[in-house]
Design a protein around this ligand. Structure first.
Ligand SMILES: [Zn+2]
Length: 305
């Protein structure tokens, strides 16, 4: 019965998108619709007062499991330009983007990244790791691509978008250097980042910290008792001081790990909450990409140092 409903529901969603005319934004500004907060923030920095930039996935939202609501579909219909991450991060929205791209400019910001810079899957059935925003240098490349794409979509403001892109990517260069310096302060032996799911692979490679997640790169994958006991053994053997929960993933799984360590006589603490796949509340420092990265790094360094 459930499957029958899904079969019916997909064409229905597509019908909603295809069937309606694109609306013009009322104030004459470009109407840009994005998925994650990180992409929304990048586009806000690029477009500034020339556009209204909407983000469909707010604080605490898990993009891997996210299904578009009727309200989202209406925003996407209204959009002049759409930006999403790609690499199957928005795993349940692929069909929607494919349909939309026949009617308006739709960009997957990960598209232009050299495949050699991507973290390859462990086996052929899996996709590339989509969490590209945690290598600031790599994220800079996507911001650059987003700036160029927007300049092509709205040629009258092209120069304005390009100069904003340059200013923002300069700020990202500074951030990248800062993260490197901070992580280097953690003694090498203690440089292990353990989180609920594998969101920090790029972070680990870029800033030389070993990373381990209880769940795989998508929160769709289940973890089992074997995964928990393997992680518990690793933490005890390596005398790890702290593990980290994430705002967009349930903390239950890591709490099981913490109590498993206690049973073995090792006291590991929850080192704090990291912003992995979603940013903090709008209007706070963590509600921006730069603020989110800084908050994560400060949390990691103060717990592991
Ligand atoms: Zn994730």
């Amino acid at each position: 019965m459930k499957r029958f409903f899904i079969v019916l529901a997909i064409p229905f969603i597509l019908l909603i998108i295809v069937g309606c005319e694109q609306e013009q934004s009322k104030n004459g500004k470009l109407y840009i619709v994005t998925t994650t907060g990180m992409i929304q923030d990048a586009l806000k920095n690029i477009a500034q007062e020339k556009a209204e930039v909407i983000g469909l996935m707010g604080p605490g939202v898990d993009p891997h499991l996210y299904k578009p609501t009727p309200g989202d579909l209406s925003e996407l219909r209204k959009a002049d330009v759409v930006f999403y991450n790609g690499l199957h991060l928005e795993g349940k929205m692929g069909e929607v983007f494919e349909q939309l791209s026949r009617q308006k400019p739709v960009f997957a910001i990960a598209d232009e990244i050299d495949k050699n810079s991507l973290q390859a899957p462990q086996d052929a059935s899996q996709a590339y790791d989509p969490h590209i925003w945690f290598d600031v240098e790599l994220w800079k490349q996507t911001v650059d691509y987003a700036g160029k794409s927007l300049a092509e979509a709205d040629t009258t403001n092209a120069q304005y978008f390009m100069s904003n892109t340059k200013a923002y990517t300069n700020a990202l260069d500074t951030l990248h250097r800062w993260v490197k310096q901070q992580i280097a302060q953690i003694p090498k032996k203690q440089r292990v980042l353990i989180t609920a799911h594998d969101a920090f692979g790029y972070f680990g490679t870029a800033y030389q910290i070993e990373v381990k997640g209880l769940q795989g790169i998508s929160t769709l994958s289940e973890f089992g008792l074997r995964d928990v006991s393997e992680l518990v053994n690793f933490i005890v053997e390596n005398n790890i001081k702290a593990v980290f929960v994430e705002t967009s993933v349930s903390s239950k799984s890591l709490e099981t790990v913490v109590s498993g360590c206690k049973e073995k006589g090792h006291d590991v603490k929850i080192g704090g909450t990291l912003y992995s796949d979603a940013m903090g509340e709008a209007g706070t420092a963590e509600g921006t990409y730069i603020g989110m990265v800084k908050s994560n790094v400060n949390t990691i360094v103060s717990s592991l140092k």
